[in-house]
Design a protein around this ligand. Structure first.
Ligand code: ZN
Length: 139
């Protein structure tokens, strides 16, 4: 069995935004030389997510509105977590909803997606550098 890993770095300008990282993950799969296996992609921060869904701008606006309704950023006093001096209590909640990681099968050297599936990095406390891990195992 072969194993390969790579870190992807992001510095998102907005507090909350979604980035399609499918091309970056495809490059990692190609670099791995693995033709049949599994590809894990996970956020390495507790205020960011990796998730799979459609690359459709209306859906992404809907997600942002929905997440802001569920866990509004302000007033920051609504979160006990912010008593630590942080202001990202909402970002921890948004990450929890959108998830930490995805796993995609690799078949014939390519990501084996369902219809319209794409991989996204979800940032909820941006304006600083953050990482995503890509780990690929197989043959
Ligand atoms: Zn925090």
């Amino acid at each position: 069995m072969k194993s390969f890993h790579k870190e992807l770095w992001f510095d998102v300008r907005e507090r909350m935004d979604f980035i399609n990282i499918t091309p970056d993950v495809e490059v990692a799969v190609s670099e791995s030389g693995i033709h049949d296996g599994l590809c894990l992609v996970n956020a390495m921060h507790i205020t960011a997510s990796v998730f799979i869904n459609d690359d459709e701008s209306g859906l992404h606006r809907d997600y942002k509105r929905w997440l802001e309704e569920l866990a509004p950023h302000a007033p920051i006093s609504r979160y006990d977590h912010n008593r630590t001096g942080e202001d990202n209590g909402d970002a921890h909640h948004k990450r929890q909803i959108m998830g930490r990681e995805v796993v995609v099968a690799i078949t014939d050297g390519r990501l084996h997606f369902g219809t319209w599936e794409q991989i996204f990095y979800g940032e909820f406390d941006g304006r600083r550098k953050k990482r995503v891990l890509v780990k690929i195992i197989g043959e």
